[in-house]
Design a protein around this ligand. Structure first.
Ligand SMILES: O=C(O)CCC(=O)C(=O)O
Ligand SMILES: [Fe+2]
Length: 326
């Protein structure tokens, strides 16, 4: 009799249908876009099984979600290659770029450190994390690399109902600190209120710190809610599949990747979508010297004007009426 290997983590249901759209052509994509939008608004993410795994297809799909956003590691169109170029980050030097390693990439919000001013042509915008991101699978790993998706909307609703004190702590301004190298540390609540009825999550497990007085509560929240199968979906992306994720609602990660195998390394492409809520800002004095300091952030601006959205998407975290009335 075969003995099952001991499991290192609790089993989490792997989704096979629901939230996956098979698309045979660009025409079919356009036809299904209204339904795809509704699915993202309902679930926080969607998997599109596209007709091929080319860059052109990723660019085409991305445009239906908004303007592609640049990145220091992206090419001129805003695409980033995600492949294990090395086994781990250098233990000597701080490097938050885990996507280029084969290491497990713990739960995170993309752009969790983004909090600046971004010049776009002659204007300036308040910069936050991307609104959405897309990951296109060109070649899956032979072993490992499964995606983990945590629904922070379901977590916040459960917290409000089951652990109201923890829900309150999780919304405290300046609760978490993210260390970004040198002296850069950002202070944010776990759940940030963006509008009367909308929140955003900002989190990065491997680099987050909390004030000592709150650390035990937040560790409990992570263990019992973030790492619980109740709120997680695991999904292995196959070639041609593109996952589109609401980055203000879903926290994601991926398992470690085996570097063994003959078919070549796992290869994904990533595109960020500019958050159209990033507000335009202007200087209050005529001194332009201060504005020069923001030039380095220009790479994070929209790469293109192409925005084929059929309508604005309703993203982020909402409380159910039942939770809201508490
Ligand atoms: O490799 C993956 O599946 C995810 C990579 C990722 O989360 C990232 O590049 O931010
Ligand atoms: Fe990511």
């Amino acid at each position: 009799m075969k003995v099952a290997a001991p499991q290192t983590r609790p089993p989490v249901p792997t989704i096979t249908k629901g939230g996956t759209f098979s698309l045979e052509s660009p025409y079919q994509l356009l036809q299904k876009i209204p339904e795809i939008y509704r699915e993202i608004e309902k679930t926080g993410f969607v998997v599109l099984r596209a007709w091929d795994n080319s860059e052109k297809t990723l660019l085409k799909v991305a445009q239906y979600f908004g303007r592609i956003q640049g990145h220091a590691k992206a090419d001129e169109r805003g695409l980033v290659t995600v492949t294990p170029e090395r086994a781990t980050n250098s233990p000597k030097e701080f490097d938050r770029n885990l996507s280029k390693t084969s290491q497990e990439f713990l739960l995170h919000t993309d752009g969790s450190f983004m909090n600046g001013i971004c010049p776009v042509e002659e204007k300036y915008f308040r910069l936050g994390p991307p609104g959405l991101f897309l990951l296109q699978c060109v070649r899956p790993a032979s072993v490992g690399g499964e995606s983990v998706l945590l629904d922070a909307e379901a977590v916040l609703n459960a917290l409000v109902n089951e652990q109201p004190e923890l829900a309150r702590i999780a919304q405290m301004p300046g609760l978490l600190h993210f260390f970004g190298g040198d002296q850069v540390a950002l202070d944010f609540p776990l759940f940030e209120r963006l509008a009367v009825d909308r929140y955003r999550i900002r989190f990065r497990l491997d680099l987050a710190l909390a004030k000592s007085e709150n650390a035990a509560s937040i560790r409990f929240l992570i263990d019992k809610f973030f790492l619980s199968p109740r709120f997680q979906t695991r999904r292995r992306l196959e070639s041609n599949e593109i996952i589109v994720v609401d980055n203000s609602r879903i926290v994601h990660g991926r398992d470690g990747i085996s570097l063994e195998g003959t078919e070549g390394a796992r290869l994904l492409r990533r595109a960020w979508i500019w958050d159209e809520h990033n507000a335009e800002v202007e200087a209050l004095s005529n001194s332009l010297s201060g504005l020069q300091a923001f030039e380095r952030a220009r790479v994070y601006g929209p790469k293109t004007d192409a925005d084929l959205r059929l309508r604005p998407l309703s993203l982020g975290i909402r409380l159910s009426r039942q939770a809201e009335s508490r």
